[in-house]
Write a protein that binds this ligand. Structure first.
Ligand code: MRU
Length: 341
């Protein structure tokens, strides 16, 4: 995907949301039109749109959709508030979703409905455009950290598909590639929903950036064999003591530390939740079937419970650096100066 391909955008003609349906990749590239808040909530739950920054944009567009869909001025405030609450409840861990929703809600405060509708669309579009700029800057900041020639391991999809475009972890890799660095990528498949195999591999292959897909449990052995020069992952939320990202990230961080491999997190300032600690955060647990079945075939005996956390927490003590659009942060981490937008 180039910087011209968008993951999610506003359709002015119909006042609706357009997005790539990520559940169909890599087999089919399908763009869907979302016309109601209920359909958007479903798309978020089903991971048709996913990834922290893209969820921020989806939440922002969702409030705009609610505002333009509600034709009653009397019920306007109540409808928008209840739609915003519905959208926020879809996925609790990625802080960007609530951040995008709240940012648009704040812009509408105390305005008459007609003006609020206009502002909601304008602010939501600005959030999408800012996300793009932010990823580009973050990518440039991180590219300098990658070796001239080397192999980067990444987990899940922190690419263009997880943002408006370009990506965070993959933005760093794309920017390094653009600078002429010879980077190849090892993409962990990311059980159970295979965002690494399906989405990261698809994006990078499409951009002619060398990528190899592995099963998640192969990562440690590749590190042991000296095949990995550094790890770069995205984040769903960064608290004062931990990085929340796709389940499996913590395992890679522990292995990287053991093998003296730098472990970088790439995330915009909007992903920081500087007043919270690891124990404050709700980690999304997803359906049994995602683990107990594979491609429609049952793999776990009936009656055997499964645990399906969507994310894990990596303590900051395992993180070499955090790449943001305002620069690279290093230990000892102090997020108090980060300006929350
Ligand atoms: O469940 P997902 O696919 O939404 O999880 C996504 C991730 O964990 C990404 O690594 C994270 O959102 C960073 S995206 C730039």
């Amino acid at each position: 995907m180039t910087s011209d391909t968008k993951t999610i955008w506003w359709n002015d003609e119909n006042n609706s949301i357009m997005m790539i349906d990520q559940t169909k990749l890599p087999v089919e590239f399908v763009v869907i039109e979302v016309k109601t808040v209920e359909r958007l909530a479903d798309a978020i739950r089903r991971l048709e749109v996913r990834g922290a920054p893209a969820l921020g944009v989806a939440g922002a567009f969702g409030v705009a959709l609610s505002a333009v869909s509600c034709t009653s001025d009397v019920e306007f405030a109540e409808t928008v508030a209840s739609d915003a609450a519905l959208l926020k409840s879809t996925r609790p861990t990625a802080v960007n979703l609530a951040w995008g929703i709240d940012k648009v809600l704040r812009s509408m405060e105390n305005l008459p409905p007609e003006m609020a509708r206009f502002l909601a669309i304008t602010v939501a579009k600005t959030i999408a455009a800012e996300d793009e700029k932010c990823c580009m800057q973050l990518g440039r900041n991180g590219a300098a950290l990658l070796p001239q020639i080397g192999t980067v391991l990444t987990h899940c999809n922190a690419g263009a598909l997880a943002c408006s475009t370009w990506g965070t972890a993959l933005g760093v890799i794309r920017s390094a590639h653009k600078m002429g660095k010879k980077i190849s990528v090892v993409s962990c498949e990311t059980r159970p929903l295979l965002q690494g195999a399906r989405l990261t591999a698809w994006e990078l292959h499409h951009d002619n950036i060398p990528v190899t897909s592995i099963i998640d449990s192969e990562a440690a052995y590749l590190m042991r064999k000296g095949k990995i020069d550094c790890v770069v992952v995205g984040a769903d939320r960064i608290t004062k003591d931990a990085v929340f990202n796709k389940i499996g990230t913590y395992m890679h961080a522990v292995c990287a530390k053991h093998h003296n491999i730098p472990f970088y997190v790439a995330a915009p300032v909007s992903t920081f939740d500087v007043n919270a600690s690891e124990s404050d955060i709700i980690v999304e647990e997803r359906a049994r079937d995602e683990v107990a079945a594979f491609w429609g075939k049952q793999t776990v005996p009936e009656g055997v419970p499964v645990i399906n956390y969507a994310f894990d927490a990596t303590p900051l003590t395992l993180v070499t650096g955090i790449i943001t659009e305002v620069g690279v942060l290093y230990p000892p981490y102090d997020f108090s100066t980060l300006r929350q937008m």
